[in-house]
Design a protein around this ligand. Structure first.
Ligand code: NAD
Length: 429
């Protein structure tokens, strides 16, 4: 317990950083101390196994060649082939991808999926590219990664600004280079190309399951609860829809174009329809009053679901959060500096590496279906995914109780113990 107390003390004084990798390491350090992780395993798990940085020349529509920077970082493969999405965003950089890759390692361990962790990204504003440019960029990235990706090696998936369309291009380019159809090289594919039922909805569905599990522990009735959801892409909009279906009143939603609040509740179906007909953005939505994203985070709601990007809840604004429960649909939405403030306020935080694991869980089912060539119906997939999320939640909750730590640190402890065991039993050399 002395070690745990020391670690908890350290957790109490984290230096504020918006570098996602440092933020990840701050929590990792606390968990490692609590379980007394040996130095060798600590050093192995602290650094990614492999980091690829590639430059991607792409013929643009104006006849010029533009060079983009792409990354693929494999954090750890002790528990299986590496798995992790590909992000297209201007903010993509090596430290962000490193953090996201490590989070995948922990996430797969928590979800009990036999994968390691990886992540990829390209520094690009995808909304500024034409369809043809996007396709050429995605194919260039796939060619650069042909020796990295593989059904039994490294399996990408969608993340911010990528989806089934990009995954289809990756399957096609990779399969052409290998000379055989390899749908299992990537997940999140369109259904007609070996995708899985339920994959598009999987992350949001899991976020809702995690929220309901937490609310059950907190004795909070979903039918009397309100929620605010930040981000209205794949994760945000689908989480909001499932929460609405579970009886929560969604009083605010947002995307990068603005936030909208309505104390009577926003119809998520209408908001999704509006977004789909409006170039994928909420700009101009009339179902709520226009507020700022900062205001959304500070609304007096029961549940706050940050489902956009990193570093949204920081030391500077954590004290303003009024929600009783935060469910992290996004990866890294809370800085380590904000953790302590939220904990002191008694706010339960279901951390990203637990809350958004529903996506990789169904990705795993997609991959197994591709390997078997046998496909399950949607209800079967959803049943398994729901069970898996509830079990993961219970496991992390129990670790939290055992060590008297936040769910975030409990999730790191649970994951670290599992991954460390795999590293140690495979042996160092
Ligand atoms: P997406 O591209 O579909 O949507 C991102 C959304 O965030 C968009 O609505 C965008 O407008 C919004 N956004 C961007 N900046 C914002 C800001 N400053 N304020 C408010 N909203 C903002 O991406 P996604 O797949 O939904 O991913 C969102 C988050 O969830 C990311 O952190 C991602 O890593 C994580 N995640 C995604 C999956 C998945 O299966 N797609 C799985 C696990 C975790």
């Amino acid at each position: 317990m002395a070690v745990a107390e020391k670690a908890a003390q350290k957790q109490a004084q984290p230096k504020e950083t918006t570098n996602p990798y440092e933020s990840m390491i701050q929590r990792f350090d606390v968990a490692a101390k609590i379980i007394g992780l040996d130095e060798e395993t600590y050093n192995i798990l602290k650094a990614p196994q492999r980091q690829y940085v590639v430059s991607l020349p792409v013929a643009m529509d104006n006849g010029k060649v533009q060079v983009f920077e792409g990354y693929r970082i494999i954090h750890n493969t002790s528990r299986g082939p590496s798995k992790g999405g590909i992000r297209y965003a201007l903010e993509v950089n090596q430290d962000e991808v490193k953090a996201l890759a490590a989070w995948m390692t922990w996430k797969c361990a928590i979800a009990d999926i036999p994968y390691g962790g990886a992540k990829g990204g390209i520094t690009v504003d995808a909304s500024k590219l034409s369809l043809g440019e996007l396709e050429r960029l995605t194919r260039a990235y796939t060619r650069a990664m042909v020796d990295v990706f593989g059904v039994d090696k490294d399996i990408p998936a969608p993340d911010v600004a990528t989806g089934p369309r990009e995954m289809a291009w990756i399957v096609d380019e990779f399969s052409r280079m290998q000379g055989s159809f390899q749908p299992g090289v990537v997940t999140g594919k369109p259904l007609h190309l070996g995708g899985s039922e339920g994959r598009v909805e999987a992350t949001g569905r899991g976020v809702n399951t995690a929220a309901l599990e937490a609310m059950r522990q907190m004795r909070l009735d979903p039918r009397k609860a309100t929620a605010a959801v930040q981000g209205f892409g794949n994760v945000g909009s689908i989480s909001a829809k499932y929460m609405e279906d579970a009886g929560l009143r969604i009083v605010a939603i947002s995307d990068h174009t603005g936030a909208f609040s309505n104390s009577k509740g926003i119809s998520i179906g209408d908001a999704i329809k509006y977004r789909n007909a409006n170039n994928g953005v909420l700009k101009g939505f009339t179902g709520g009053k226009l507020i700022s994203n900062e205001e959304l985070l500070a609304l007096d709601v029961d549940v706050l679901a940050p489902c956009a990007l990193e570093n949204q809840i920081r030391q500077a604004n954590a004290a303003d959060v009024k929600a009783q429960l935060i469910v992290e649909g996004a990866n890294g939405p809370t800085t380590a500096g904000a953790d302590k403030i939220l904990q002191e306020k008694g706010i339960i935080v279901v951390p990203d590496i637990l809350a958004n694991g529903g996506g990789v869980t169904v990705s795993y089912m997609e991959w197994t279906q591709n390997r078997f060539g046998y496909y399950y119906a949607e209800d079967e997939i959803n049943k398994r995914a729901d069970r898996s999320m509830s079990r993961a939640f219970e496991n992390v909750w129990a670790v939290g109780k055992k060590y008297k730590v936040s769910m975030r640190i409990a999730a790191y402890i649970f994951a670290l113990e599992k991954v460390a065991k795999a590293v140690q039993s495979r042996g160092h050399y």
